[in-house]
Design a protein around this ligand. Structure first.
Ligand SMILES: [Zn+2]
Length: 274
């Protein structure tokens, strides 16, 4: 059986499901976390059935021995908005978003809240301030990446919980990587405009083939997010990357570009303080 374990990641097979965990984050006993793979029908896209998705949150949370009713998931609308969540009033899991619309990231220091995000190629980032005991979970598609949601998240942690960025650990989940993130000139030009100041455009953008008469490019969204985190004060050595491309591993990781825009499934990142 294929195993995605690497120096930063451990690939766990338990019951009939599989998930990834960051080795570094496992050092902290007060944190429960995972990135759910698609094995065993795990899918968190409500368009594929709300009861199916609710049951899948239950399956992954049961496996991690946490209560799925504590899950909160923003609706993820490709914004750069990050909110602080201090309490959970609903006894059901907040997985269908009505309380958290136009939001792509959440921060908390409360123990009875599971922060969830979902993806199929987009970047998901988990945050943990090991001094202040604050967590965050953020969805950064290319739009949210360009609008600097990673940078905003660190700012929210600083402003709301007095976090020092030097104490924050960041964990980048599986997503589409530069090897597969092909775009046309419109996205590439916007990327150049926004991130020219980093002096890293040569690393961020590579030139691809001409298809249907149009030049294609490959963008490194993960690198952009790493640069934004460092700009916000995160230490380079505190950024732990799964180094896993969804489209290179479509048998295990949900990928919209592989599964198709009609009925693709979603993977899920969870993090909880305990
Ligand atoms: Zn790839």
């Amino acid at each position: 059986m294929k195993d995605l374990s690497n120096e930063n990641i451990i690939h766990v097979k338990k019951n009939d499901i599989e998930y990834l965990q960051f080795r570094k984050l496992l050092e902290y006993e007060n944190i429960v976390h995972c990135y759910a793979l698609k094995t065993g029908g795990l899918d968190f896209n409500r368009k594929n059935g709300e009861s199916l998705v609710e049951n899948n949150y239950r399956r992954i949370c049961d496996t991690l021995e946490i209560d799925y009713k504590d899950v909160i998931r923003p609706d993820q609308n490709h914004t750069n908005k990050v909110v602080v969540i201090e309490e959970k009033t609903d006894c059901r899991p907040d997985i269908f978003s009505d309380n958290f619309t136009n939001i792509d990231g959440a921060v908390t220091n409360k123990k009875n809240i599971i922060l969830a995000t979902t993806n199929a190629d987009c970047v998901l980032i988990l945050f943990y301030d090991k001094e202040k005991k604050v967590i965050a979970n953020v969805h950064a598609g290319w739009r949210g990446t360009f609008d600097k949601i990673a940078y905003n998240t660190v700012n929210v942690m600083k402003e709301e919980y007095d976090c020092n960025p030097e104490n924050i650990l960041c964990f980048i989940c599986p997503s589409i990587r530069q090897c597969h993130f092909e775009v046309k000139d419109d996205v590439k030009s916007e990327c150049e405009e926004i991130f020219r100041y980093t002096d890293r455009l040569e690393d961020i953008i590579s030139v691809g083939e001409i298809k249907d008469g149009e030049q294609r490019y490959f963008i490194d969204n993960v690198l952009i997010n790493k640069l934004l985190l460092e700009e916000a004060g995160i230490k380079e050595e505190n950024i732990y990357d799964s180094n896993i491309c969804s489209l290179c591993n479509p048998d295990l990781v949900h990928s919209r570009r592989f599964e198709g825009a009609e009925n693709y499934g979603l993977g899920c990142a969870l993090i909880k303080l305990c």
